[in-house]
Each structure stands twice: as structure tokens, then as C-alpha cells.
Design a protein around this ligand. Structure first.
Ligand SMILES: *Cc1c(COP(=O)(O)O)cnc(C)c1O
Length: 371
């Protein structure tokens, strides 16, 4: 994880900036910096004193803006990370002997180091069987598979399924359509499950679907949404949005106990105010999605490159020969090959440029040509 790290100037009292990576990367949308709207709002919050622990005006405004966006009187909390947001949400929804069903590639399962189980004192994560072999369904919950899982066991020895977790946009860069998410969400509720949504990239899904946020959240049966800030263009901070207010009871204590109650909350909240009031939250996602579509179009023109899934949000998954992956890494490109079922994941962010795409495509062409 450390190769290509920024070089920190460690002379005493030096305020010179660390040397940046040589170029913008396609490794993750969290490689990108903070967008001007969030940055300026943080500066505006950095005037005088304010009440701490979320009792300030910025936090009140951020919560109100989220209520406006979802067009409902939801309850909102902020955490430092998405892992904390997901884990504390699951812990709130489940008793320790209850379980949460998710996709095998869900962040909850693969990228949180067991935090959901840890936070919930043992709620087990169960993997929903996948719609095997259908690229369009990649990363999405197959509700028939969930029903099968529920029917198979209901005895005292089995961890009791209680929550279904969905990720929108998915970890594989696909997006549930409005009909798909509503069908899955409503069926889950009919089956007696609570619905959690990992919306680390909900903005990217909304940018693709062009619908009101309520259509793919609470109107689709979602009880609790973990809404992404840092993958969008904030520096830090995620929102936990309870559409069922009863579920939010004492969630503030859970956040505090987990070390997730930020004392200078206004600096997390101000970023949300900055990106929501300006519309940058959606515009950032639109830019990232457009970059991914452009990148996909460029890569399709290169012989020997195969796209693995339809790019519907801000990532493009491609199958590349191992030698090409190594050669691209040697040319200084960072990207992951361990997400989902392999392939190279190329992730675009709010500040990805056409020049970045051209440079990457040219290098890929060159390494394939010389193979
Ligand atoms: C990045 C991400 C998160 C949050 O991750 P943290 O690193 O804990 O902030 C959650 N879900 C998905 C799908 C993500 O990609």
C-alpha cells in the first residue's frame, strides 16, 4: 500500500507541501482532493467560535439540507468513515443473534475488517447468492437468492436474518434501476427484513438515474442510508440517514461510544452544506460518471481490452493480461485488481480530466503493443 507514497518534507518547522503523486490516478475516488465548494465552506466555518459536538449552526443546516434533498423528516448523524457509518447502522438494526444479508462483494463483507460484526457484538454477515454469469446484474442483490436463503433455515441454530444491505451504486460500478431497487426493497420488507443502503456512491447512482433521491431510498423501502461524502469530493465525513426515526433512538450514544462523535463537527457539516447548497454534490458525481463513460469509450477502441461490466457509475472494470497490469504499475499508474472478481478497477473522480484519460489510454495501448 505504501509504494508511490507522497514524500513528506520533514525539516523542522517546514510548511512546504508534500510532493504530490506525479499524476492523477484511477485507483480510487478517494485519491482526489476536496472540491472548492466543500473547501470554501470549511473556511467559512473557520471563523470565531462555535458550539461543539454538533450543536452548531452548520450541523443544523447540513441536516436540514439532507431533509430537503430526501423530502422527508429524516434523522441525520455524521461519522468520520463509511466503515463506521455502515457498522453502527447495522449494529442499530440487529440484535447480536440476528444477521445481515449482503452481496458477496459488498464493502460491508469485504472491506470493513469485520467492523459490522465487531460493532454489533456478533451479528453475522450472510452472503446472498449471486445471479451468476449476468454482467448486467453484477454486484446487485438477487432477491430470489435472498428468499432461498431465508427459506432454507429458520431454526434456532441459524443466525436470524433481519437486515438486507444494498449498495447503490454497487461495488462493481453498476446501478440498480428505480424499478430494480424498488422491487428488491419492497420484497425485502414483505419478507420481514429491514433495509440498509450503503450509499457511499449514491450521488453517482442519482447522476445516472436522473430521479429524485427519495425514489431510490425511502420510497424503495430503505430504513437507513449511509451516505458518502469522501468518495464524492469532501475531505472527510459520511452521513447516516434514518428514514425510520424510531430506529435512530440513542444512535448518538452509539456514535460517541465508537469514537465517531466529532467534537468540531462544524467542519464535517460545513462540507455537506457547501456541496449540497451549491449542487456540487450531484455535479461532482456527474463529472466522475462522464469521465468513466469517456474512459470506457477510449478503452473499447484498444484491441485486447475487455470491459467486464457495463460502466454505469464512475468506475470501469477491464480484464487485462497480468503483464500489462505490471507494466502499467511500472509506468506509475495506481489501480486495484482485488475488487470483486478481479480485473482492473479504474475509478474516476470529480477532478478526472480528459488529459488523464488520454494519458492512461496511451500507456495501455503502448504496453499491450509491446507485449
Ligand atoms: C469507500 C466505501 C465505503 C466507506 O469506506 P471508508 O474507507 O470506511 O470511508 C463504504 N462503502 C463503499 C461501497 C465504499 O466504496
Amino acid at each position: 500500500m505504501c509504494e508511490g507514497r507522497t514524500i513528506i518534507d520533514d525539516r523542522p518547522n517546514s510548511h512546504s507541501a508534500p510532493q504530490p503523486l506525479p499524476k492523477r490516478q484511477f485507483a480510487s475516488d478517494n485519491y482526489a482532493g476536496i472540491c472548492p465548494e466543500a473547501w470554501q465552506a470549511m473556511a467559512a466555518a473557520n471563523v470565531g467560535h462555535a458550539l461543539s459536538y454538533g450543536d452548531d449552526e452548520w450541523t443544523r443546516r447540513a441536516c436540514d439540507l439532507l431533509r430537503e434533498m430526501f423530502e422527508t423528516d429524516c434523522e441525520v448523524f455524521f461519522t468520520f468513515t463509511g466503515t463506521a457509518a455502515n457498522s453502527l447502522a447495522v449494529a442499530t438494526l440487529c440484535k447480536p443473534y440476528q444477521s445481515v444479508i449482503c452481496h458477496e462483494f459488498a464493502h460491508l463483507e469485504t472491506d470493513e475488517c469485520g467492523a459490522p460484526e465487531f460493532s454489533s457484538n456478533g451479528s453475522k454477515v450472510l452472503l446472498a447468492p449471486d445471479q451468476a454469469g449476468l454482467p448486467a446484474a453484477a454486484g446487485k442483490i438477487d432477491i430470489a437468492g435472498v428468499e432461498h436463503l431465508l427459506r432454507r433455515r429458520s431454526d434456532i441454530h441459524y443466525p436470524r436474518p433481519h437486515v438486507l444491505s444494498l449498495t447503490q451504486a454497487t461495488e462493481l460500478g453498476t446501478v440498480y434501476s428505480v424499478d430494480e431497487i424498488q422491487a428488491v426493497g419492497r420484497r425485502a420488507r414483505d419478507l420481514g427484513l429491514r433495509v440498509h443502503m450503503d450509499g457511499a456512491r449514491l450521488a453517482n447512482a442519482l447522476a445516472t438515474l436522473h430521479v429524485a433521491a427519495n425514489k431510490i431510498t425511502w420510497r424503495a423501502g430503505v430504513d437507513v442510508l449511509c451516505l458518502g461524502g469522501s468518495k464524492n469530493a469532501m475531505g472527510i465525513g459520511e452521513a447516516v440517514v434514518f428514514f425510520d426515526r424510531d430506529l435512530a433512538a440513542e444512535f448518538d450514544y452509539r456514535c460517541k461510544q465508537a469514537g465517531q462523535l466529532c467534537s468540531k463537527m462544524r467542519f464535517i457539516a460545513a462540507q455537506w452544506v457547501g456541496v449540497l447548497e451549491s449542487g456540487a454534490w450531484l455535479a461532482n458525481a456527474q463529472r466522475a460518471n462522464r469521465a468513466a463513460a469517456d474512459l470506457a469509450a477510449r478503452l473499447r477502441q484498444i484491441p485486447g481490452v475487455k470491459l467486464l461490466f457495463p460502466p454505469q457509475a464512475n468506475s470501469v472494470f477491464v480484464e487485462l493480461p497480468a503483464a500489462a497490469v505490471d507494466a502499467l504499475h511500472r509506468r506509475g499508474w495506481h489501480f486495484y485488481t482485488f475488487i470483486g472478481c478481479g480485473g482492473a478497477r479504474l475509478m474516476c473522480s470529480w477532478d478526472t480530466t480528459e488529459a488523464d484519460i488520454t494519458a492512461f489510454a496511451a500507456d495501455l495501448r503502448a504496453v499491450l503493443d509491446s507485449a
